[in-house]
Design a protein around this ligand. Structure first.
Ligand code: CXF
Ligand code: ZN
Length: 356
């Protein structure tokens, strides 16, 4: 049994439930790798899932190790693993089954088993060192549980980075590409398939929203509108490619929808993306889109939030609403693309890290 240091969630962070502990890590089984982490991003979903009092089965349970933007070096591989060898650098992303009807069509992020594989209960792969008294700790959050210096990772979550990174420092820098940055940029590029004709609205300019701005810039969208309430984020969005920003904290006598439409040809965006999950912004975003416009939900709304809009008007206007996760990316292909754009100076994601 290997030993590791891990952040173990026993309860919500607010209840003091996240603790750095010594844990025992078993050997990798079929289709699994033992990875020594060198970095992990922290994504809002870690806080969301690790912030539910008592856990919320089936997507949250305690105790477990979270973290799903890991990067590291392979120490050992289990039977049947072909994606990497011991010593290879790896970047980690979400898990998918690669067998279901949805995966077969290439839509891995909408895998039928996404919840089980990424959040779910059956994968309990850490074992606590005896002193704690607890028998088991859940692992393989998003196939990786990267909040540990050593972890068992599922093969499907692995992007081999041997040809992608020059050194350990880069491997550390690239860790958040596997979720937040892929989610933002991929939503614009893969889910919306935005083009230079698009007027795109991005609500919320944290790491995901700023990555969406960079994705819109890569696609050459003619108008890129960012919405936030934090001055430093609005400034950064402009530097990264936003052509207009709307400061939600300073709308004067306008509604948010009016302020958005004013900078969107007077009729609203062709594409609106919400990265906040905040109900007032979701409602404003859906209302703001022009006829034939598309609205895409990316931020996690409250679990019990139901959204209403007038279906007849929606139909007549030819609008659509869509959900998207993980930027609808196939990480093995999309992560190398982001790294290529980064090296070409077209995707300066490191600037967005301070807002993540
Ligand atoms: C998550 C958002 C909640 C559903 C699964 C994917 N994205 C990033 O963490
Ligand atoms: Zn995430």
């Amino acid at each position: 049994m290997n030993s590791a240091r891990a952040i173990v969630c026993h309860d919500t962070h607010a209840n003091g439930g996240w603790k750095m502990e010594d844990v025992g890590v078993r050997k990798p089984g079929d289709g699994e790798l033992l990875v020594e982490m060198v970095a992990s991003g922290v994504c809002h979903t870690d806080a969301l899932i690790g912030g539910i009092p008592g856990g919320a089965a089936p997507i949250a349970f305690y105790p477990r190790v979270l973290g799903h933007e890991g990067s590291g070096y392979v120490k050992e591989v289990g039977a049947g693993v072909t994606v990497a060898k011991p010593g290879d650098p790896v970047l980690l992303s979400f898990a998918f089954c690669n067998k279901c009807a949805i995966c077969k069509t290439g839509h891995y992020s909408n895998c039928n088993d996404f919840n089980d594989l990424n959040f779910g209960g059956p994968y309990r792969d850490f074992q606590l060192a005896s002193k704690s008294g607890e028998p088991e700790i859940g692992g393989q959050f998003f196939g990786q549980s990267s909040f540990a210096n050593l972890s068992i990772v599922r093969e499907c979550s692995v992007v081999n980075a041997k040809e992608l990174v020059h050194d350990k420092k880069e491997l550390q820098l690239f860790a958040p590409l596997g979720c937040g940055i892929q989610t933002g940029s991929g939503t614009v590029i893969n889910a919306a398939k935005a083009t230079p004709n698009d007027v795109i609205l991005i609500m919320g300019l944290g790491g995901v929203g700023l990555s969406a701005v960079m994705g819109a810039k890569v696609q050459g969208c003619r108008t890129i509108i960012g919405v936030d309430r934090v001055a430093s984020r609005l400034k950064l969005a402009t530097e990264l490619g936003a052509t207009h920003v709307v400061d939600g904290s300073n709308l004067g006598d306008k509604s948010l929808v009016e302020a958005i439409r004013e900078v969107a040809d007077g009729i609203g965006p062709t594409i609106a993306i919400d990265t906040t999950g905040a109900p007032p912004l979701i409602k404003a975003g859906i209302e703001s889109i022009r006829n034939k416009g598309r609205y895409i939900q990316v931020g996690s709304a409250p679990f019990d939030f139901q959204c209403e809009f007038n279906m007849f008007n929606f139909m007549v206007a030819g609008k659509s609403v869509q959900g998207a996760i993980e930027g609808e990316a196939y990480p093995v292909e999309f992560v190398p693309k982001m790294i290529k754009w980064y090296r070409e100076g077209r995707f300066p994601f490191e600037q967005a890290l301070k807002e993540m």
